[in-house]
Design a protein around this ligand. Structure first.
Ligand code: ADP
Ligand code: ZN
Length: 431
């Protein structure tokens, strides 16, 4: 089975990789000189492209933040004339106003090739049937995966989102082997398949991404859907999906170092961190034409892993635990929603769907977790309800070191999400 799409690039030795990165970095820095924002920023920082002699010199350049892209709305970051732009996407707008991304024809091809690398890496190809169950509109996940999958010759079903029963029928009727969707939607899909009595025999591979998800979620999805589940990380500003992806080791995500220059920084001080230290991912894409970015702060929390990988590719990132800005601070304690998910999924008495509400009551932060009861582990007695509730409170406390209020609700009563889930509602700012 073919396991490399572009073996040379995927397994470059460190010396060749650094030389290529430096060459591409200089080219990228030159290309952003046509963007007013960067001309000003470089001037203000007193840096010039000609100062760059080694990769470390990049540290002299200022960061680019999401707010900068918002200020440049819509096309302020395009480095090529509009007539060269053949496609526009926007971000999902999870944290505010969506920002715009543009692509040249070459960008679209580069992007599809990066996705082709990811998919080939996990052993899928021409013999696979691929159902792409994400939004095909402005969201980059739909068209991004579509063209990557076509490039490697898969049979692509552009089913997009919605109508879960129909999605399940198509998986069954078309012998789908590989699905792509958000982990939240995969969970919903598995519930509906169960209701319909469908076992989805043909499924082998699940590619899940666009939002954080825990290892417990992985086990649950693998058991329920009968797939091997892979984590896929993407961000629209860096093309979209395909930025980092798990290999068959499923122990960290490969990021394509020839295409993305990676730094991990302390989000408070901006100082660069070493391998093995967790911080904010900062990326300088090295192969983008329409919208190159310099030291883009993704806001996502991860670290570069010290050890190499058995598959022979470069350094990996650990799974993204969340955005530095979706980290909740409850009574001074840092909590990521993915930790809550991790705890709930290992308690058989509750279901997979939950919501988190945060309020300020008498000047104190209070976190309430609503979770669905799992009927097959619940006797129906009031005493049993109290037991389960106590258990959830205790397990959350053991992991988060935080007291929470837990409300058990009817199965099926909490919202289901087709795209990125919105499970946390922070009402502390509301009056
Ligand atoms: P928005 O930033 O508006 O959500 P995008 O659609 O570009 O727009 O989403 C990118 C973001 O989605 C990333 O910055 C990250 O926070 C999140 N994300 C994407 N893939 C993953 C993943 N596999 N694990 C965790 N978070 C992810
Ligand atoms: Zn690997």
């Amino acid at each position: 089975m073919r396991m490399f799409w572009d073996k040379k690039m995927e397994t470059l030795n460190p010396a060749d990789l650094h030389a290529l990165q430096l060459k591409r970095l200089k080219k990228t820095l030159h290309s952003v000189e046509s963007v007013e924002f960067y001309r000003k920023q470089f001037d203000n920082a007193g840096v010039a492209v000609s100062d760059v002699k080694t990769l470390d010199d990049l540290q002299k350049f200022p960061f680019t933040k999401k707010q900068d892209l918002r200020d440049g709305y819509p096309f302020g970051f395009f480095a090529v004339p509009m007539r060269k732009i053949v496609r526009i996407h926007t971000t999902s707008g999870t944290t505010g106003k969506p920002t715009v991304v543009g692509y040249t024809r070459k960008d679209l091809d580069t992007w599809a090739n990066l996705i082709a690398r990811n998919m080939t890496m996990i052993g899928i190809g021409q013999d696979d049937v691929f159902q792409n169950m994400v939004n095909y509109g402005m969201f980059t996940g739909g068209l991004g995966f579509h063209y990557g999958a076509e490039k490697i010759g898969m049979t692509v079903i552009p089913s997009a989102t919605g109508n879960t029963r129909r999605q399940i029928e198509m998986i069954r009727d078309f012998g789908v082997t590989t699905i792509h969707c958000t982990p939240s939607y995969a969970m919903h899909l598995s519930e509906v398949a169960e209701e319909m009595g469908e076992t989805l025999e043909s499924l082998k591979t699940g590619i899940f991404g666009a939002e954080p998800w825990s290892d417990n979620m992985r086990h649950t999805l693998e058991n329920r859907l009968g797939v091997t589940a892979y984590d896929s990380y993407g961000i629209s500003e860096l093309f979209g999906p395909g930025v980092a992806f798990e290999c068959p080791e499923r122990d960290g995500l490969h990021i394509w170092h020839d295409s993305y220059l990676v730094e991990i920084i302390n989000p408070k001080t901006g100082e660069r961190l070493s391998d093995g230290e967790r911080g904010e991912l900062v990326v300088t894409p090295l192969v983008k034409e329409a919208m190159p970015l310099i030291r883009y702060r993704t806001g996502d929390v991860t670290m570069l892993m010290e050890d190499g990988c058995l598959c022979g590719r470069g350094k990996k990132l650990t799974r993204i635990s969340g955005r530095s800005d979706d980290m909740l601070i409850i009574r001074g304690i840092n909590v990521f929603p993915s930790q809550i998910e991790h705890v709930l999924l290992r308690i058989p008495e509750v279901g997979n769907q939950f919501m988190v509400y945060i309020d300020k009551i008498n000047h104190l932060d209070e976190m309430t977790v609503e979770v669905e009861i799992n009927r097959s582990h619940f006797s129906g007695e009031l005493a049993d309800l109290a037991r389960i509730q106590k258990k959830v409170v205790k397990e959350l406390h053991d992991t988060l070191e935080l007291r929470t209020t837990v409300k058990l609700v009817e199965p099926g009563s909490l919202p289901r999400f087709e795209g990125k889930a919105k499970r946390v509602i922070d009402r502390r700012g509301d009056i």
